[in-house]
Design a binder for this molecule. Structure first.
Ligand code: FMN
Length: 354
């Protein structure tokens, strides 16, 4: 099957297209008309065939657009744009992780295989920012070629601050938030995956991994452990103190390639709040809010149960929980149980009645 992307004649698709954008392989075709594809009579849909890169060839799929910083062999930072990035381990493991899907011959993939570390930089939605992202996305350019005219500034992150002798990719100073990560190469047995031999543009292996490391001739997946999250103070404050519509950062939403000419994205729009249907507070919902506090102070279920009984607690829960944590920190308490909650409540009612 022919590539869906028309490319300049001088370019070899395998060299310039990311793995996720390589020409569609032939799949058993079904008709694209609703009528013959078995949709019920009167259906409001037509069917679209899923082909390679289905998320953009067969769907409109909103994605983030980030610049991933990695280390070159010389210990310099280079940046490549990526959208196929999703939270992967979000709870219940010893660490949190993202999943990044990459063309395996990209600078980013090769640097991750060799040096393991990266920073995921979230930049704003200005046109000049996105233009620079698209420029950095031109496949085949070396890090030196890309970074020579880099439009942003680089600075050290927290990893470097904590380990001054170590070498870490730098963070883009203009990022609104950035996540320092390490590739978990031990998952799926990917620790032995080596770099591409000089001049090769893909891997030819007997077996490819399922979800981590080299996963196909042109593809790679990286489970990226989250080491540090860095954020500009105003957005951190919004997360910690509770967000209002105007507090969300202006992040772009990417719709990827739609043809050989353009990448498409849209700018941030004002967010709209939608009230949660569940109004009845439960211990679980209070626990959910407690777990989101940036603190080591813990609560027992019995202590949280006391908050469930406070009328309309749902509305001011974060403030109440933060008050509890402040009290605990002032009094060197690590675990808030019923006894401590009673003390806090007493103090609160005394303050109210002053
Ligand atoms: C906004 C944007 C998002 C992209 N997302 C991806 C992606 O998720 N995966 C991928 O393999 N390539 C993606 N690409 C193409 C890569 O950026 C391209 O392969 C580039 O050469 C990678 O740069 P690097 O070699 O410096 O890592 C994207 C390009 C742009 C402009």
């Amino acid at each position: 099957m022919k590539s869906l992307f028309k490319l300049p004649a001088r370019l070899d698709p395998a060299k310039i297209l990311p793995a996720d954008l390589l020409p569609a392989k032939s799949h058993k075709a079904k008709s694209s008309s609703g009528k013959s594809s078995g949709l019920p009579h009167g259906s409001s849909f037509t069917e679209l065939r899923a082909v390679d890169n289905f998320y953009q060839t067969s769907l409109f799929f909103p994605m983030p657009a980030v610049l991933v910083s990695t280390l070159t062999d010389e210990g310099k930072t280079t940046c490549g744009p990526y959208s196929l990035l999703a939270p992967f381990y979000v709870a219940g493991k010893e660490y949190y992780a993202f999943m990044l899907e990459c063309r395996n011959s990209s600078n980013t993939a090769q640097n991750l295989i060799k040096h393991k570390k990266c920073v995921i930089n979230f930049l704003d939605d200005e046109r000049k920012t996105f233009k620079e992202m698209v420029r950095l996305g031109w496949p085949g350019d070396t890090p030196a070629e890309k970074m020579k005219d880099f439009a942003f500034h680089l600075e050290n992150g927290l990893r470097k601050a904590e380990d001054p002798k170590g070498t870490y990719p730098k963070v883009i100073s203009e990022a609104l938030q950035a996540v320092e990560c390490t590739w978990v190469d031990t998952l799926d047995g990917a620790q032995d995956d080596g770099p591409l031999p000089e001049g090769a543009d893909h891997y030819e292996l007997e077996k490819y991994h399922d979800f981590n490391g080299i996963t196909s001739p042109y593809g790679a997946h990286f489970v990226l452990r989250i080491d540090k999250i860095l954020m500009k103070p105003r957005y951190r404050d919004a997360i910690v103190n509770g967000v209002r519509a105007q507090d969300f950062p202006p992040l772009p939403v990417d719709y990827g390639y739609r043809d050989s000419k353009n990448f498409w994205y849209h700018k941030h729009r004002r967010l709209l709040p939608e009230l949660l249907p569940q109004r009845q507070t439960t211990v679980q919902s209070v626990r959910y809010a407690a777990n989101r506090l940036q603190t080591d102070v813990q609560f027992t279920d019995a202590a949280l149960e006391k908050l469930v009984k406070v009328p309309r607690i749902f509305i001011f829960l974060p403030t109440v929980l933060k008050g509890c944590v402040s009290w605990a920190e002032e009094n060197n308490v690590k675990l808030i149980d019923v006894e401590q909650m009673d003390i806090i409540n007493d103090r609160r009612s005394k303050e109210k009645n002053k």
